[in-house]
Design a binder for this molecule. Structure first.
Ligand code: HEC
Ligand code: HEC
Length: 380
């Protein structure tokens, strides 16, 4: 298994592999996948690995939809078993690889990093072991059933080639190999492309429109959007392009989503009905302290135009609604009560005094963050 080395970048330490990934791939060159990454890709897209068959990781993390859920009309995702839903909006897996393992920053007195919206998995290897067994996701009864399915898959022979003969023989060891292959794919330049219009703009190879440029200014200005305070838009002292998150946690006072399917689920999955509250980081198995109730990890905004709906409970359908919320949370009565009323960030958002035009410009800027920009046809 890969060792983690950390270097100090911007404010936080980012796993060293991220730098290797960039230095070997160059900024815009799509690197061929390694054997291990290819194997991980086969697993990631294999719909026979759920119980019953029919759902893969990609069913909820679809590359065409920025590696998030294609079912954009649903606030949260349906598992392989009809009628069973998770309680949270599916995030993109693109750029998740850059999240450092969860740690507490004593200077700032906050948590940083981890996988999942509440940081409960340390890294991608640990995370990848979860969805196969989650009853509201791929619903396998145990790891034995997952490994049994993998042994029958067309790519099974590759395990021996990569990990040595007998790689799938012992269930526990095999399950770790499966997770490391998936993690390797999620670290590849196919998942982390850095090919948005904004990347080309930073490299001097594309121009933003006047509205997009205005949006970028507002996004960064402390007395305007102030978005870049958490969704980092510039790289400092490094070649590493900005990730549009600092991987910290915050309670934005996002309202409950009355449409969250979790409220209607069976008592076995949700004994609290519509009184259930998602406390996020405060209830995470790695944290479990009420002073962090209501905080969720800052999402990357890369590919954000493709990953509606928004926020941990999918309460907002459009980017315009999101910016409107940041803009008027504290001065309009159209927003519902916050899902968690403690620990709300009242300093950086809530009454931004942005005009309609400014809100639209910020949205236009966020749309430049979608990977796959064709530099030749659209530059001028
Ligand atoms: C039914 C939909 C569904 C399936 C299938 C699914 N996921 Fe997810 N994924 C989610 C949701 C929802 C979350 C956020 C859950 C949370 O924070 O509690 C998530 C979170 C993640 C994250 C963390 C991202 C971050 O920014 O913190 C990664 C990585 C991930 N999934 C990878 C996978 C892999 C690998 C598979 C297949 C083994 C998979 N997922 C299968 C819905 C799904
Ligand atoms: C204080 C830190 C902070 C600031 C400032 C901030 N955000 Fe966020 N942003 C977050 C956090 C935390 C979340 C996730 C909250 C949740 O799910 O409850 C988030 C979520 C989002 C999402 C939804 C992401 C998704 O995948 O669902 C968008 C879009 C977004 N922010 C855009 C912006 C814009 C635009 C601005 C400036 C107007 C901004 N943010 C300012 C912390 C911040």
């Amino acid at each position: 298994m890969e060792k983690y080395h950390f270097v100090k970048i911007m404010k936080y330490r980012i796993p060293l592999f991220s730098l290797l990934l960039l230095s070997t791939s160059g900024l815009f060159a799509a690197e061929a996948l390694t054997d291990l990454q290819n194997l991980g890709k086969s697993i990631f897209f294999d719909p026979t690995l759920s119980e019953p068959a029919g759902q893969s990781c990609a069913s909820c993390h679809d590359p065409v939809h920025g590696f998030a859920d294609p079912d954009q009309h649903l606030p949260t995702s349906e598992g392989v078993i009809k009628g069973l839903f998770g309680s949270r909006n599916t995030p993109s897996v693109a750029y998740a690889a850059f999240s450092p393992e969860l740690f507490f920053d004593p200077e700032e007195e906050h948590f940083v990093g981890g996988q999942f919206l509440d940081g409960r998995s340390a890294n991608l290897e640990e995370q990848a072991q979860g969805p196969f067994l989650n009853p509201v996701e791929m619903a396998n009864p145990d790891i034995k059933s997952v490994v049994r399915k993998i042994r029958k898959a067309p790519y099974a022979a590759k395990f021996d080639k990569i990990f040595g003969s007998g790689a799938l023989k012992y269930t526990d060891v095999a399950y770790d190999h499966i997770a490391s292959a998936i993690a390797a794919y999620q670290r590849s330049s196919e998942v982390n492309q850095f090919t948005s219009k904004y990347d080309y703009y930073l490299a001097g190879k594309a121009a933003l429109t006047a509205e997009e440029r205005f949006g970028l200014e507002l996004f960064e200005a402390e007395d305007k959007g102030n978005c870049a305070a958490c969704h980092i838009s510039k790289s400092e002292n490094t070649d590493m392009p900005p990730l549009f998150t600092d991987f910290t946690y915050d309670n934005l006072g996002v309202p409950k989503n009355p449409e969250n399917p979790i409220y209607k689920m069976d008592k076995q999955f949700n004994p609290y009905g519509d009184a259930i509250v998602d406390k996020g980081l405060g209830a995470s198995i790695r944290v479990g302290r009420s002073e962090h109730n209501g905080k969720f990890k800052v999402n990357t905004l890369r590919n954000i135009d493709k990953t509606a709906p928004y926020m941990h409970n999918g309460v907002f359908a459009t980017l315009k609604e999101v910016v409107d919320f940041y803009n008027t949370r504290d001065v309009s009565d159209k927003w519902g009560e916050p899902e968690v009323s403690e620990n709300i960030n009242n300093e950086e958002l809530g009454d931004l005094k942005l005009s309609d035009e400014e809100v639209d410009a910020i949205v236009a800027f966020m749309k430049t963050l979608t990977d796959g920009f064709q530099v030749d046809s659209k530059t001028k």
